[in-house]
Design a protein around this ligand. Structure first.
Ligand SMILES: [Fe+2]
Ligand SMILES: [Fe+2]
Length: 314
């Protein structure tokens, strides 16, 4: 049998695994473009978890009570854990965590645009939990069924923790809404800032998302960006009503025919500006990550020296 025929057979086996909704595992043959797409998506996801620790980590030292501090600490630590699972999933595709970290720091790989917005009040901790983790859940629940095994399995655990994150955010906002006028204003102001950037988390509209179709054919993505964005709006509008906050979009209304909420147009110019590096905090986030990496150099060196010594002692 020739090499070409071999490759055709492998492709057939891969296609049949995808068609049966079975999983591709690290040792299975996969098309190079499938591997590259997965590396790009999982790396971006991992980087988002790690960079996403910064906006909320900013408030750990200023939490209003011991209880709030314990909740926030646990949440931010969970995000670090999510980043590590995802870097591990990515390593099964043949790239090292070191390589991914360097690509994040050089700007060659991206993270979610949402983390380039600042956190200006403690209400932002609640709003991020409610809206940002809420959007993450909409995105990630379908990824539990993604075609690549290690990614799907990582998502199952991540989703359980994201649902805790969303609840703690909603509970914090509910507590503030039952408090003073100043607290209610703080919540509304925070929701006004985060609503649109949260909707941008699903990525560009389907017409401008060239990779979506192929990712869906490969079973990596299960829904389009616009479908997921609609799901987020439908989930959130009733929650906002219950909370007593106004979402900053006058076009939100129930559409009886579609059995969904209509909503206004996202400012895509703002989205692309942030993606291209011109959001309010892009530079700050990367500078902080680079400093943390440099500050940790001695730990990596010590670990390597220890491993080398153990090796020679054997
Ligand atoms: Fe997370
Ligand atoms: Fe989270």
């Amino acid at each position: 049998m020739t090499a070409v025929a071999d490759e055709a057979d492998l492709q057939l086996a891969f296609d049949s695994t995808i068609a049966h909704n079975d999983r591709i595992e690290p040792r299975d043959w996969m098309p190079e473009d499938y591997r590259k797409t997965l590396v790009r998506q999982i790396a971006q996801h991992a980087h988002s978890e790690i960079i996403g620790m910064q906006p909320e980590g900013n408030w750990i030292g200023r939490a209003p009570s011991l209880r709030r501090k314990a909740i926030l600490l646990a949440k931010v630590q969970d995000e670090a854990g999510h980043g590590l699972y995802l870097y591990s999933a990515c390593e099964t595709l043949g790239v090292s965590r070191e390589e991914l970290t360097l690509k994040l720091m050089s700007g060659a790989q991206k993270y979610s645009s949402i983390f380039n917005y600042p956190t200006l009040s403690y209400a932002d901790v609640g709003t991020i939990g409610w809206l940002v983790d809420g959007a993450a859940i909409c995105n990630q629940v379908p990824l539990c069924r993604t075609s690549y095994g290690p990614y799907g399995r990582a998502m199952i655990r991540v989703c359980k923790e994201e649902s805790f994150h969303q609840r703690q955010g909603y509970e914090l906002l509910m507590t503030m809404m039952r408090g003073t006028d100043a607290q209610r204003e703080m919540v509304q102001e925070s929701v006004d800032r985060f609503w649109w950037p949260a909707l941008m988390m699903f990525g560009p509209p389907d017409g401008d998302s060239p990779n979506t179709e192929r990712s869906m054919a490969w079973g990596i993505k299960r829904h389009t960006n616009d479908e997921l964005r609609q799901r987020m709006v439908d989930m959130t509008v009733p929650q906002a009503e219950k909370l007593g906050v106004t979402l900053p979009d006058p076009d939100i209304r129930w559409n009886e025919e579609r059995q969904s909420y209509d909503f206004g147009e996202v400012d895509w110019d703002e989205f692309w500006a942030v993606v291209k590096g011109n959001g309010p905090c892009n530079e700050q986030r990367l500078a902080h990550r680079r400093k943390a990496y440099d500050d940790g150099a001695w730990v990596r060196e010590a670990a390597m020296a220890y491993a080398a010594r153990e090796e020679t002692a054997r």
